[in-house]
Ligand binder design. Structure first.
Ligand code: SF4
Length: 378
């Protein structure tokens, strides 16, 4: 870039006038910045904000997080999705307390060695929390850079991502900046992300109001709408599941999930179904080891959501107990609708709220569709 200093000046001036207020922008505490950056991965700002506020109110520092039990951490994360992020953050907090005296390490090697810390989180925390010259690259930054340079670079292609990281590195201010990191790498990284979120948007970029319009090669060539190139997505695998919503005195039966996804979180007992498999019979088998005998009826409600390339449709069955409710055990519990005492999956939380909302007429319920899809930060 010929006039990197001019690009930095223009963008930083624009950022100071237009930055959105966010709770993690009011702090320079590396722990809080770390929490926010982990939450914002795959999650939009508006969704992450109340989770962030609850999380740092309950765990105001790394020691408090390290002391917490995993169930309590997952409970506060419940509904945010991508739960491995919460497990890693909790595990990393324990390491920070044991090995770094409770201070988030500013040493890049030490911080990068913590569970769940990838190149993006490393750059975000070191630049915003410590004022160190480390770049970040997310979808917003990649789009701005590809257009600024008029290069057909897609962040999802590893070879292009390497070039984009190099471009991000090349534009980064080297000095720590003034008070509060002003003009330094942290503010610069946030300014790039903010421009991508507010102005240099995926569709219909607002070049006429962009602070970089005189520097932007894509705009000069009129190719901004075709950059970055679209990379074909793998089509998601379709999965059919069924869950049994068994209630007792206003509480919902939930079990602990195990496996690669959602491990350690709770939701009504469910089964994955083969093509043509009888969901009622499969659910009855699923309830047996829990000591639950219930009359199961398909409510007709369907919940659709996506988890890492799996497009999941869940049939929601209602269960009426035939025998007294079994006591809670290590792997099953009865939860109240609003209870945040245990970590529910997003589906579990929706079903618990639905249970609380009470029974709608059967016909209306039969057409109900509950839909959730994880989406990235904006
Ligand atoms: S001029 Fe347009 S394409 Fe270029 S950075 Fe600004 S908004 Fe993006």
């Amino acid at each position: 870039m010929r006039d990197a200093a001019g690009v930095r000046r223009s963008l930083l001036a624009w950022y100071r006038r237009n930055r959105r207020s966010m709770p993690w922008r009011e702090t320079s505490d590396p722990y809080r910045i770390w929490v926010s950056e982990v939450m914002l991965q795959q999650t939009q700002v508006a969704t992450a904000t109340p989770y962030y506020e609850r999380f740092v109110a309950r765990f105001p520092d790394v020691e408090a997080l390290a002391r917490a039990d995993r169930g309590g951490v997952l409970a506060l994360w419940s509904g945010l999705g991508y739960y491995q992020r919460a497990r890693h953050l909790h595990e990393a907090a324990g390491i920070v307390v044991r090995e770094h005296g409770g201070r988030v390490p500013s040493d890049p090697r030490a911080f990068a060695a913590l569970p769940g810390v990838g190149r993006y989180t490393l750059g975000a925390v070191l630049s915003m929390g410590f004022g160190l010259p480390w770049p970040v690259l997310d979808g917003n930054v990649a789009r701005v850079l590809a257009r600024l340079m008029a290069q057909p670079l897609a962040v999802k292609r590893p070879v292009d991502a390497r070039q984009l990281w190099a471009l991000a590195e090349g534009l980064l201010p080297r000095a720590r900046g003034g008070p509060g990191g002003s003009g330094g790498p942290g503010e610069w990284n946030q300014a790039l992300m903010e421009l991508g979120a507010l102005v240099c948007t995926p569709r219909a970029p607002r070049c006429e109001i962009c602070p970089l319009r005189t520097h932007c090669r894509a705009r000069a060539l009129g190719v901004q709408d075709s950059l970055p190139p679209v990379v074909a997505r793998r089509s998601p695998m379709r999965v059919r599941r069924a869950v049994a919503c068994v209630r007792h005195r206003g509480r919902l039966l939930v079990v602990k999930r195990e496996g690669a996804h959602l491990n350690g979180l709770w939701e009504p007992p469910g089964v994955e179904l083969e093509r043509g498999e009888d969901a009622g019979a499969a659910l009855a088998e699923r309830l047996k080891p829990l000591g639950v005998r219930a009359r199961l009826v398909d409510s007709g409600a369907r919940d659709r959501h996506t988890i890492t390339h799996h497009d999941i449709t869940v049939e929601v069955w209602e269960g009426k107990l035939r025998e007294p409710a079994p006591r809670a055990g290590a792997r099953h519990r009865w939860v109240a609708a609003a209870g945040r005492s245990i970590g529910l999956t997003a589906l579990g939380a929706r079903l618990a709220r639905r249970a609380k909302a009470g029974s709608k007429p059967a016909k209306a319920r039969a057409r109900e569709t509950l839909s959730r899809r994880a989406s990235p930060r904006a």
